[in-house]
Design a protein around this ligand. Structure first.
Ligand SMILES: NC(=O)c1ccc[n+]([C@@H]2O[C@H](COP(=O)([O-])OP(=O)(O)OC[C@H]3O[C@@H](n4cnc5c(N)ncnc54)[C@H](OP(=O)(O)O)[C@@H]3O)[C@@H](O)[C@H]2O)c1
Length: 336
């Protein structure tokens, strides 16, 4: 029997990728897609690449209709708007993979401080598992909501968490320097994502103030047992459509060699289907996949750990499929 999936915010980039992946998933079927657009528009009008793959009419996000039609919902909405609809859906017993940031933090005060709005579902914060299967799959299995991780945190955490957890890398000294393709900013145009502004340009933005900072800090603590990090997180936009690279610098533990650090990553991911320890990670090698490629070097008194992902793959929609599989007790690689 197929799992009936609803996709909220179906006209956006992560939704397009999720629908494409779910179409070839052997145990899932997209049965409902929402948008505020209405007027008889179809998924394939919003995403011509999905013509013949998904021609569902885009409907308004009505909780009772969604709950009648769906077993699982992928929320591909912006933060704030997401929890506002996820709350009634989850109350009615439908499982949710939330691709927005709404359930990633553990505290409503921290959410409000970083996102500038009151959380629409504060009682659930701290009780929703963080959807990095490699570290939290026991909590994800059987969960009713999963907080799909942010794209920058995914690459940075997969590259560093095993090193932090083993004491080889000091999380409080961690400096994360990360670069993302423009699709990371979503489909809505802004001046920074305008072709003329973004083409032939690399620029840092939200230096030390990006909203993924508290998310990374929380998971370094939850998954790595380390508080006080990262020391800094600096994201950059680069003129590519998709792909994300995080270079993470931190003080090396006493007596730790490069070989020790590499073996630590290799051991941590030996049984993981989607994390590969490689010589030279490149965004090109993970495009359109659910892989995260990682490596680590020792440079003087620093460890330099690198992670690459496709921001719309392991950074969003294929990770969401992996999370759905884990939630439902399916093999995590199904459809991926
Ligand atoms: N892009 C990435 O690489 C990436 C990676 C990880 C996580 N995420 C997160 O995933 C979510 C979706 O990202 P995306 O890149 O797919 O964004 P997107 O391309 O901008 O799509 C979001 C969709 O949500 C709908 N929407 C926008 N504002 C809304 C509102 N106030 N209320 C209800 N619906 C609204 C819009 O559809 P209509 O106008 O048709 O209603 C829009 O197409 C975001 O929370 C984002 O932070 C994105």
């Amino acid at each position: 029997m197929s799992v009936r999936v609803g996709v909220l915010g179906a006209s956006g980039y992560t939704a397009c990728e999720a629908i494409r992946l779910l179409h070839r998933h052997p145990s899932a079927e997209v049965v409902l897609a929402t948008s505020r657009a209405g007027g008889g528009r179809r998924v394939s009008d919003a995403h011509p690449s999905l013509r013949g793959v998904c021609d569902l009419e885009l409907v308004e996000a009505d909780p009772s209709r969604i709950c009648e039609a769906c077993d699982v919902v992928f929320s591909c909405l912006p933060h704030g708007a997401s929890a506002a609809i996820v709350r009634p859906i989850a109350d009615l017993g439908v499982r949710v993979v939330d691709l927005s940031a709404d359930y990633r933090l553990g505290d409503a005060g921290v959410y409000e401080a970083w996102y500038g709005v009151a959380h629409p579902d504060p009682e659930r914060l701290g009780r929703v598992p963080y959807g990095l299967c490699e570290f939290f799959r026991d909590q994800i299995r059987g969960a009713s909501i999963v907080a799909n991780p942010g794209c920058y945190p995914t690459a940075a955490l997969l590259a560093t968490l095993p090193l932090v957890r083993s004491g080889m890398l000091d999380a409080s000294s961690l400096v994360i320097d990360a670069k993302s393709g423009i699709s990371g900013a979503g489909r809505t145009l802004s001046e920074a994502t305008h072709f003329v502004e973004a083409n032939e340009r690399v620029a840092a933005y939200k230096i030390g103030t990006h909203r993924h900072t508290p998310e990374i800090a929380r998971v370094l603590e939850l998954g790595g047992g380390a508080s006080g990090g990262p020391a800094a997180f600096v994201p950059h936009l680069v003129p590519m459509t998709r792909g994300l690279l995080a270079t993470c610098y931190g003080r090396v533990g006493e007596g730790v060699t490069e070989e020790d650090a590499l073996v630590c990553l290799q051991d941590a991911y030996a049984d993981e289907p989607f994390v590969r320890v490689v010589e030279a990670p490149s965004t090109r090698h993970v495009l359109h996949t659910n892989f995260c490629d990682v490596t680590v070097r020792r440079v003087g008194e620093l460890l330099v750990a690198i992670g690459v992902i496709d921001n719309l793959g392991k950074g969003a929609s294929s990770a969401a499929v992996q999370n759905m599989n884990a939630m439902l007790g399916l093999d995590e690689t199904t459809g991926l």
